[in-house]
Design a protein around this ligand. Structure first.
Ligand code: UD1
Length: 342
């Protein structure tokens, strides 16, 4: 493992950022968080401290604000950056494309320029399996084509990957890792931090969890006529703690190296929407009654990773199965039915 590093987490108050902050601290690193709190809450900070055993430095800034970002780098002198900050709502990105392109691309470019100005050499980027678009071939491997994304959010992930890769070519000392996440769910096993989306959740697990907690009246399964084993979509759900640990391994890997490497971060197993609802019913101790509804526009039937490159080069492998993902989500949801205090 690399020595103690000071790691800047943009978007470190969010769902994946907060879990990664905790895992970095548990591995002995120091954490600095930059977050504008548009889709997160500052009340996660004392909980990160409680779980990680040290206090993260916190800057309430928008990464698109170059001056403030530069000030942060001057004050903190981080060794590495993990870039989570970004807008991530697919339907909103279809309605407001320029908002998504401006925010998600400007933040990435600002960071790369400020890193160069301050001699910071390492970046890990929060990418997504969405960059593969609608591939018929599964499992997805890192060398398969990317960029035919079906929505602006996905395009911003793809374009950020391109920008980072080109910057690593131009700035020879830069070491970059692109992590393509599959479907992160679950929560730290303490139940103290977890996913807390604004408004009605778009994604399956937070919706199911809120339904189980009585915050939502009805649970809809979108589509039961897909060419899959039970007719519902299949996804590669991965425990957020496993995902967070992949970032620690990615830093270990890239420190002392240069260039740009890309890794899928998934389990390699697909579970159907119905299998998830069944596993969640077991976790919360009550059968969750669902209704079938039409397909959601843009959903592909099946999506799962070939995660073998991450195992080979990072020494990382997902360890937690679907039952634990649902139990940990439920522990978080039932202890914090309304999420974080706002
Ligand atoms: C979605 C995003 C993807 C993003 C990922 C982050 C879309 C089209 N894609 O992926 O870009 O990277 O989240 O985790 O939004 N479902 C129901 N009922 C619900 C909610 C969802 O049946 O109430 C189904 C969906 O139709 C889908 C499956 O559950 O078949 C998973 O949905 P979701 O959790 O939104 O993930 P993805 O669509 O895979």
């Amino acid at each position: 493992m690399s020595n103690n590093l000071k790691v800047l987490l943009t978007g470190g108050c969010g769902y994946i950022g907060s879990h990664t902050a905790v895992e970095l601290m548990r591995a002995g690193h120091d954490v600095v968080i930059a977050d504008d709190l548009v889709n997160s809450s500052r009340s996660v900070l004392p909980r990160i401290e409680e779980l990680g055993g040290r206090k993260p430095a916190f800057y309430e800034i928008d990464v698109c604000d170059m001056e403030k970002l530069d000030g942060l780098f001057a004050a903190e002198k981080p060794d590495a950056v993990i870039h989570f900050a970004g807008l991530k709502c697919v339907p909103e990105s279809v309605e407001k494309p320029t908002l998504y392109y401006r925010n998600n691309l400007l933040s990435t470019m600002n960071l790369l320029e400020v890193m160069a100005a301050h001699g910071v050499k390492y970046i890990v980027f929060s990418s997504s399996a969405t960059v593969y678009g609608e591939s018929d071939v599964m499992p997805l491997r890192e060398d398969m084509p990317t960029g035919a994304c079906t929505n602006p959010y996905g395009m911003t992930k793809h374009m950020s990957e391109v920008i980072i890769r080109d910057t690593a070519r131009a700035r020879k000392e830069l070491g970059a890792v692109l992590l393509r996440y599959f479907n992160p769910i679950g929560a730290d096993e303490s139940g103290r931090i977890g996913e807390d989306p604004l408004g009605i959740p778009n994604n399956l697990l937070p919706y199911v969890a809120q339904f189980a907690a009585g915050r939502r009246e009805r649970l809809f399964v979108n589509g039961n006529d897909y060419p899959t084993r039970d007719g519902t979509c299949i996804r590669d759900f991965i425990h957020v703690t496993d995902l967070a640990k992949a970032h620690v391994k990615a830093l270990d890997f890239i420190v002392g190296r240069s260039g740009c490497e890309v890794f899928n971060i998934g389990t390699g197993n697909g579970y159907s929407v119905l299998e998830v609802i069944e596993a969640f019913s077991k976790a919360c101790g009550r059968e969750l009654k669902y209704e079938f509804a039409p397909r959601r526009a843009g959903d592909i039937p099946t999506c799962y990773a070939d995660p073998s490159k991450a195992e080979r080069l990072l020494g990382w492998k997902a360890e937690r199965g679907l039952a634990q993902m649902c139990e940990d989500t439920w522990r978080w949801q039932s202890a914090n039915p309304m999420g974080y205090e706002k």
